[in-house]
Ligand binder design. Sequence first.
Ligand code: HEC
Length: 97
Amino acid sequence: MQKIMKRILTTVPAVLVAGMLVLAPSAMAQERDATDRAAFARGAKAWSENCGRCHNFRAAKELNDEEWHVSVTHMRVRANIPGDVAKDIIAFLQATN
Ligand code: HEC
């Protein structure tokens, strides 16, 4: 009986630690996914409100990730777009190009 108790007492913490090691990164990944999705949604909206104001909308496919970073940073100054909004727009364009 004591042997069983000892085994349970040593196994349970090991299982808990293992569970935490498995679950913590996936919870973090889920949180990051949710953050990415929120940035994407905000970016899509901000893009539709801002990026067709002065010229036709440029298709996301026109530029690669790095070029969008440069271009939106440039447009951010022209269009007077706040930095966090520009970041969302970049996330949206990079996810759809
Ligand atoms: C205030 C007006 C204005 C707004 C708003 C604007 N643009 Fe522009 N955009 C310009 C002008 C003017 C040019 C021509 C290049 C130059 O002189 O800067 C241009 C050029 C571009 C180009 C061609 C390549 C380049 O970088 O020069 C792309 C791509 C572009 N804009 C994307 C966007 C996106 C994406 C947004 C939304 C974040 C946006 N623009 C919002 C004025 C604007």
